[in-house]
Design a protein around this ligand. Structure first.
Ligand code: CP
Length: 345
């Protein structure tokens, strides 16, 4: 069976640790030939700065080649449903697209955000699952309803910041027991829950004491990811709690990770959600909130609207590791591609 990288939850902790260790080696020595003669198709249904740049350069740095495709723009629109009479916009079906690409390339990366109309459909992740079902080569999730590459880059940045000098300790051990706050933060639009789902998944996997801080119960994440997080915390020795209280959540935090997202009960009815979210502009990450932490580090997946999601002072603070996290995308993705394409490395 073809091995994919659709979610970190599908990979064992040992496999993830091996990818992170390889990423650290790639960061020390960026170039190599692990992907010599290999290629990846990067299929983007949505815009990107970091993901596109880091995947293209990552493949190049390891001797491979990346082809970028944007269905509906520079490639044919694709149909994903089975049994459809294709008399609409789509010119070809995923059953052909994935198999044809699989004859050309060694891996396929997919970015496909939710359509934000019906969460019961979006949570099926049909575009990513369609590629995975039909592709004869490994498929990598470049952000759909989760963002596993961001998870790895985030953890790598945390391991770098909280690294231990004890030669008997693994980098992961340095994170165990740290207080981690995933805070909802304000944004004028309802955004994807992918990074929030991913942050909860990986933080609990790493044994952190995780608080999900969000304005009201309506902003709690989908039960699939809450269940993953609860299971991960039970297995890793970490903890998981939900809070709506800013002061107690920030108090003593070692790590603050911010993300904005839309409230799932309002999916497809965002006009009704807007006045609710507008009441919580004060969830912005600012100096006063960070002062309550244990000299905590701050990060965000980027892009970030300054002075809406986080203040200039927070972004420009030495405790902000968002740029390190963004850089690490390059190295963790090289490690993921190598793990899928050159597992002997
Ligand atoms: N964080 C992230 O995935 O950035 P892009 O949307 O720019 O790729």
């Amino acid at each position: 069976m073809t091995r994919h990288f659709l979610n970190t939850q599908d990979w064992t902790r040992a496999e993830l640790d091996a990818v992170l260790a390889q990423a650290a080696r790639f960061k020390r020595s960026p170039a190599g030939d692990a992907l010599k003669g290999k290629s990846i198709a990067l299929v983007f249904f949505n815009p990107s700065l970091r993901t596109r740049t880091s995947f293209e350069l990552g493949a190049f740095q390891l001797g491979g080649h990346a082809v970028v495709l944007q269905p509906g723009k520079d490639a044919w629109p694709i149909e994903f449903d089975l049994g459809t009479v294709m008399d609409g916009e789509a010119e070809e079906h995923i059953a052909e697209v994935a198999r044809v690409l699989g004859r050309y390339v060694d891996m396929i990366g997919v970015r496909a955000f939710p359509k934000f109309v019906d969460w019961s459909l979006d949570r099926q992740d049909r575009v990513l699952q369609g590629f995975a079902r039909h592709s004869p080569v490994p498929v990598i999730n470049m952000e759909t309803i989760t963002h596993p590459c961001q998870e790895l880059a985030h953890v790598m940045a945390l391991q770098e910041r909280f690294g231990t000098t004890d030669p008997g300790s693994s980098p992961g051990q340095a994170l165990r027991g740290k207080k981690y706050v995933l805070t909802w933060t304000y944004h004028p639009k309802a955004l994807n829950t992918a990074v929030a789902n991913s942050a909860l998944t990986i933080a609990t996997r790493m044994g952190l004491d995780v608080t999900l801080l969000c304005p009201t119960p309506e902003y709690v994440l989908d039960e699939r990811y809450m269940d993953w997080a609860a299971k991960n915390a039970a297995e890793s020795g970490g903890t998981l709690q939900v809070s709506h209280d800013i002061d107690s959540a920030y108090s003593g935090a070692d790590i603050v990770y911010a993300k904005s997202w839309g409230a799932l009960p309002y999916f497809g009815n965002w006009e009704a959600e807007k006045p609710i979210r507008d009441r919580f502009r004060h969830f912005i990450v600012d100096e006063a909130k960070m002062a309550k932490t244990n000299d905590g580090v701050f990060s965000h997946c980027l892009p970030l609207r300054r002075n809406v999601k986080a203040t200039d002072a927070v972004m420009d603070s030495p405790n902000c590791i968002a740029i390190d996290e963004a850089e690490n995308r390059l190295h963790v993705q090289k490690a993921v591609m190598a793990a899928l394409c050159a597992p002997e490395l």
